[in-house]
Each structure stands twice: as structure tokens, then as C-alpha cells.
Unconditional design. Structure first.
Length: 240
DNA sequence: CCAGACGTTGTT
DNA sequence: GTCTGG
DNA sequence: CCAGACGTTGTT
DNA sequence: GTCTGG
């Protein structure tokens, strides 16, 4: 799954430039982005161009009664999005890209959780495949939310967790937000695990566990603390 | 036809 | 929004 | 995703 | 144990 990620300022700017979107308001690097917070996303505008928009992470279906209580939809399994009531509409009509520098997955070690940071091996920014929705309150206020699509983990991430977010690359990026595409047969093949050879991962500062830790210290290497006899974390993944 | 239900994922 | 049940 | 909160009633 | 908040 993917319940936390990283987006550095310069990476967002590079991506916006790539899509021909001029950088909006100032964005500061965020090293511990969590569900329920506002995240930058890219989608096709009503006019057919690209736009960057703030979305709340945690999709709320348009028909939901309460946007807070049940909104735990920060991920959507690729296998089910074409049919699940909560996602099928967004899958056809409201696809988006979510810029990122890297993401976290947790390794359970006994009673503690160790966060690992995964990114492209070349440290280039990338985009997650996302869905968004619009919810209107009884008072008429509009709330736009999003969810990140997950798929099977590749062999690198798979050492830690069996799922990972879908990372789009190449022609898949444009195809995903092309509004002319609505057929699952065309879209679902884009939702594959990112190539393991192009990814790397390493254990990082356990302070990541708390959403209050938001700075670059999140990416500090995890202290090496393998107790004798217990299996400690491997130093890194993504190497031969 | 209308009323009412339906949210998802993750983990052990 | 869309499907199911009555 | 993880961390942290969450008591409940009856009675004065 | 389970729900809420970030």
C-alpha cells in the first residue's frame, strides 16, 4: 500500500514544467505526506489542458453522506477500480497524476515498525496514478479528494510489502489522463508495477512513523540496531 | 417506477 | 453515480 | 500508513 | 479492539 510519501519542492517544479504548468503558489518540500492532507495533483482541465490542483488525499465518493467519518479511501486496488462502487465513476471520468519524489512502506520487526524509503534509482521525480472525486456538502461547499492506485509490489518493494503504488512512466503518463480513454481494456494495462531495476529502497528514520515529523530528517538512514539473533534490516535493496 | 444501499485497504 | 430489490 | 484516543452512568 | 486525525 502507500500511506505516506515524499515530494520535494524542486521535484514538483520540474514536473510542473514538464507538463507546461507554471508553478502555482509556493510549495515547500514535504517529507512525510499523510492521508487527509492537501496534496498537489495534475489533471486534464475542462478546457482540455493540464492543470495543477490541490486535492485532499482520501477519496470521498460523490454520494457519501459524511466526508469525514468513512473517508478512508487513500488507496484503490487496481484490480477492482473498474467495478467497485466507490471508484468506477472516477476511473472512467476523473483520473489524475500525483507528483512524488518517493514513498514509504513499513517493515514489521517484532513489535516495531521500520519505515523504508523507495524512490527511482536515478532519483528523478515521478507521478503516481490517481483518481479524484468531487463531493458537495449540504451547504453547497465543494470538496475535491483523491486516491492512489496500488498494484502488486515489484521484487524490490516486495521484500518489505506485497503492494506498491502505481508509478506511471513513458507514454502511460499521457494515456492515463487522456479523457478520451474510458475503456478498462485500455487503461488497466497501464497499472503495472514499476520496473524493479529502476527502483531502490533503504530503511530510514523511524521518526517517520509520526506524522508530526515532516522535515528532511525523515530520510536519514535508520540506525543500525540488529539485536543478536534477531533479523535486522538489510542495508539496502535494489542492488544485485 | 422509486427507495435504499453502496465506501476500501491493509494486517495477522 | 449506479446497481439491486421490491 | 502510524499514533493516539477512546471511559459513561447515575447522582448530587 | 476500533475509530479518528494527520
Amino acid at each position: 500500500m502507500c500511506g505516506r510519501y515524499v515530494l520535494k519542492r524542486k521535484d514538483l517544479e520540474a514536473l510542473l514544467q514538464h507538463f507546461g504548468i507554471r508553478s502555482l503558489e509556493e510549495f515547500h518540500s514535504r517529507y512525510n505526506i499523510a492521508p487527509t492532507t492537501i496534496v498537489p495533483a495534475i489533471r486534464t482541465s475542462a478546457e482540455g489542458g493540464r492543470e495543477a490542483v490541490p486535492l485532499r488525499w482520501g477519496l470521498v465518493p460523490s454520494w457519501a453522506k459524511d466526508p469525514a467519518g468513512g473517508a478512508r479511501l487513500c488507496n484503490a486496488r487496481a484490480e477492482g477500480i473498474a467495478a467497485k462502487p466507490a471508484f468506477r465513476h472516477a476511473f472512467r471520468k476523473k483520473r489524475c497524476l500525483v507528483p512524488a519524489s518517493g514513498f514509504y512502506e513499513w517493515q514489521t520487526l517484532g513489535r516495531t515498525k521500520l519505515p523504508w524509503y523507495f524512490s527511482r534509482r536515478d532519483e528523478q521525480p515521478f507521478v503516481f496514478a490517481g483518481l479524484w472525486e468531487s463531493w458537495r456538502s449540504p451547504a453547497g461547499t465543494e470538496l475535491e479528494t483523491c486516491s492512489l492506485i496500488t498494484t502488486d509490489a515489484n521484487p524490490v518493494v516486495g521484500q518489505i510489502h506485497d503492494r506498491m503504488p502505481v508509478i506511471l512512466a513513458g507514454s502511460g503518463v499521457e494515456e492515463w489522463i487522456n479523457p478520451e480513454h474510458e475503456e478498462p481494456e485500455k487503461l488497466l494495462p497501464l497499472l503495472r508495477p514499476f520496473p524493479a531495476e529502476e527502483m531502490s529502497g533503504r530503511p530510514v528514520n523511524p521518526q517517520v512513523n509520526s506524522v508530526a515529523t515532516e522535515g528532511p530528517e525523515c530520510l536519514e538512514p535508520a540506525p543500525v540496531l540488529p539485536a543478536p539473533g534477531s533479523e535486522g534490516p538489510q542495508l539496502s535493496l535494489g542492488f544485485e
